[in-house]
Ligand binder design. Structure first.
Ligand SMILES: [Zn+2]
Ligand SMILES: [Zn+2]
Length: 268
């Protein structure tokens, strides 16, 4: 598997790509080209072009969750490319309308609009994308230190309820020596995701994680997360996107962390 960071909050010195507080990864695995999340603006299109990546060759789009820093780029992708026939794999609640105060924070298209533009595939998961790469689908929340996320409200059918990000998910890549997890924001908890990936992949070993872990404060959630990954003897730890400097500094006291930035390539 090869993963290229098309969009992240961070950019590297002397590499002139665009950054924004958002996520988009290009994944080449088992003969397939997968676009995981689409960032917030059209900047990921610019970055991809500059990297020599042709997004017109996308075999599948996978969306981690509905928030617009992961989905709004779909607007620009659909303007640039004809997505009819391209599968978009996501949880059934991914395209529900979301609000935080007065602000719209969900996907730019409704389920109906999206299925007119592309081949929408909504699954509670898990879904095997290639022999080694799996879309995890709905993440069971099992532990006691990653509390139920509630960010604004979501329209669910006739109802408007507090949004606990039911749709939030990740990808798990089964390598020869353990699971590598690719996540968007980990609203459901990165440790919950890792534990579920073990069950889905049928192996105990977590080799690496990349993505947003939604950790900002130096609190119990952070310390328990650090202890968890220490216990897992994790080899490749790439916290980015929604991980604060304070959280990364704290993590780096016990774990070897890697700096993620736009243009980073990761080969497993
Ligand atoms: Zn989010
Ligand atoms: Zn995010």
């Amino acid at each position: 598997m090869k993963l290229t960071v098309l969009m992240d909050n961070n950019t590297y010195i002397d590499r002139y790509y665009l950054g924004e507080p958002a996520v988009s990864y290009w994944i080449e695995e088992g003969g397939k080209k997968i676009l995981f999340d689409t960032g917030y603006s059209d900047a990921f299109l610019y970055n991809a072009q500059k990297m020599g990546i042709d997004l017109g060759e996308t075999d599948m789009i996978v969306i981690s969750h509905g928030h617009n820093d992961h989905t709004r780029g779909l607007t620009y992708l659909a303007e640039r490319f004809d997505l009819r026939g391209t599968p978009i794999l996501a949880h059934p609640h991914c395209f529900d309308k979301k609000k935080y105060g007065d602000q719209e924070i969900g996907a730019p298209f409704s389920r109906e609009q999206m299925s007119e533009l592309a081949e929408l595939r909504l699954e509670r998961g898990p879904v095997r994308i290639t022999e080694r790469l799996t879309f995890l689908g709905e993440i069971p929340m099992k532990n006691d230190f990653e509390p139920m996320p509630e960010i604004g409200i979501v329209h669910r059918g006739e109802k408007v309820i507090k949004d606990n990000l039911t749709e939030d998910t990740a990808l798990a890549y089964r390598s020869d020596d353990g699971i590598f997890i690719i996540t968007g924001c980990s609203h459901r908890g990165i440790c919950n995701i890792a534990e579920y990936a073990k069950i889905v992949c049928g192996t105990e070993r977590i080799k690496g994680v990349i993505g947003g872990f939604h950790l900002f404060e130096n609190d119990t959630r952070l310390s328990r997360t650090v202890s968890y990954f220490k216990e897992q003897e994790i080899k490749h730890f790439y916290p980015c996107h929604c991980v604060s400097f304070e959280a990364k500094a704290e993590m780096s006291r016990s774990l070897k962390i890697e700096e993620v930035g736009v243009g980073m390539e990761l080969e497993l």
